[in-house]
Design a protein around this ligand. Structure first.
Ligand code: LMR
Length: 398
């Protein structure tokens, strides 16, 4: 039966890591996948995470199943982190949260939910977007579309084009928005722009799906939620898929959540019952360990402070790398203006490097970058900067 099939292509992002691992070049650098590196080039277990794990191991008495929607301590802490404890959405209990294996798991549950309750709904994605977005929604049987987002001439958001396109989307369709640290471009909306987007979403009756994978990596934990808060207007409905892979460094633990915001508490309860069905048919119930780490930290004031400091440390280091990268490219005599990279936020920047230049960096220097030219700034270190920028200067012909 299987002989008729030809191999599928490697994943655009995780496939690069597979190739990187096999590369014998000792100077190799992986700027493909969005994984944070410290100055020593390691992806550390956060100090707050270690402490939480020790507590969990001491206290753990069972490995029995979690409820389908996950641990109540985790889902409540997630809502508080997303909206703030006093927010109307939390206070009125019109949000229902379910634990999911990572942001990807949460997106897939959202997709299954839409497919079941509102079949045929088109999901509109930014152009460009994370390469896994189309795959997730299509795998759930949903049609996709795109709206303009990036303006290559300014290296910023093509906001007028974006807003114009959103205003043309048929009522009832879904629109996926990156809350902060847009992946792959690194360019985000301002508060005023979010406000205008929320107006269009309300006028057209669109369903926002918010992908919130990098909370804390742009400007701060609360600051990064500005788009979410603009959209969470009284009575507004939305889906939020958030991830703790990056801000807790819990990549391999697969900790995320899907939050459904309904018109009222009863609506949230109804939606949770459908979310639970989608989860049961997908992964049955969530893994416990990553979620326990997150809720232990978020529910303990001292651990939470320590974690917030660690998030700030990661954010500051990434921003320092952005500046050092631009400076070092200048030092190497690169003519092209890369100063926009210092203004962008999050793990990624769209470098504007062509597929040929990306290939040359990989073949000649063992520097791995996604084919679209997306660079993971979070993978740069001061030690590797000289080699990296000299290589880029070379492939650009300066
Ligand atoms: C990325 O975009 O590099 C990350 O979100 C990791 C992934 O799963 O692709």
């Amino acid at each position: 039966m299987f002989e008729q099939f030809t191999p599928a292509p490697p994943d655009a992002i995780l496939g690069l890591t597979e190739a990187f691992k096999k590369d014998p070049n000792p100077r190799k650098i992986n700027l493909g996948v969005g994984v944070y590196k410290d100055e020593a080039g390691n992806t550390p277990v956060l100090r707050s995470v270690r402490k939480a794990e020790e507590r969990i191991l001491q206290a753990e008495k069972t490995k029995t199943y979690l409820p389908i929607e996950g641990s109540p301590a985790y889902t409540a802490a997630t809502q508080t982190l997303l909206f703030g404890a006093e927010h109307e959405v939390v206070q009125s209990q019109r949000a229902a949260t379910a634990q999911a294996p990572g942001g990807t798991g949460a997106l897939r549950v959202a997709a299954d939910l839409i497919h079941k309750l509102m079949p045929g709904t088109r999901v509109w994605l930014s152009n460009p977007t994370w390469p896994n977005h189309p795959g997730i929604f299509q795998a759930a049987g949903l049609p996709i579309g795109t709206y303009p987002y990036f303006d290559a001439t300014t290296n910023g958001v093509a906001f007028d084009a974006m807003l114009g396109a959103l205003a043309e989307i048929p009522s009832g369709d879904a629109v996926l928005l990156h809350v902060c640290c847009h992946n792959p471009t690194g360019v985000d909306l301002t508060r005023e722009q979010w406000h205008a987007v929320a107006d269009v979403v309300a006028e057209r009756g669109l369903l926002p799906i918010l992908d919130f994978a990098y909370q804390g990596f742009a400007n701060g934990l609360a600051e990064d939620a500005v788009g979410l808060l603009e959209l969470a207007r009284p009575g507004a409905e939305l889906l939020v898929a958030n991830s703790y892979s990056k801000n807790f460094g819990l990549y391999a633990e697969r900790a995320g959540a899907l939050t459904v915001v309904a018109k009222d508490a009863q609506g949230a309860e109804t939606m949770l019952s459908h979310v639970k069905q989608a989860i049961r048919a997908n992964f049955s119930n969530p893994p416990v360990h990553g979620g326990a780490i997150v809720s232990t930290i978020l529910n303990d004031p001292a651990l939470r402070r320590e974690w917030e400091d660690e998030v700030a440390e990661m954010r500051d280091r990434i921003n320092a790398m952005r500046h050092l990268f631009v400076e070092t490219l200048n030092e190497k005599g690169v003519q092209r203006d890369f100063s926009f990279i210092a203004r962008q936020r999050g793990m990624f920047s769209f470098s504007g490097l062509t597929p040929e230049q990306v290939k040359a960096l990989r073949d000649q220097y063992a520097i791995y970058i996604v084919g679209s030219g997306r660079i993971s700034v979070a993978g740069m270190t001061s030690d590797s900067m000289d080699y990296l920028c000299a290589a880029i200067a070379d492939v650009l012909g300066k």
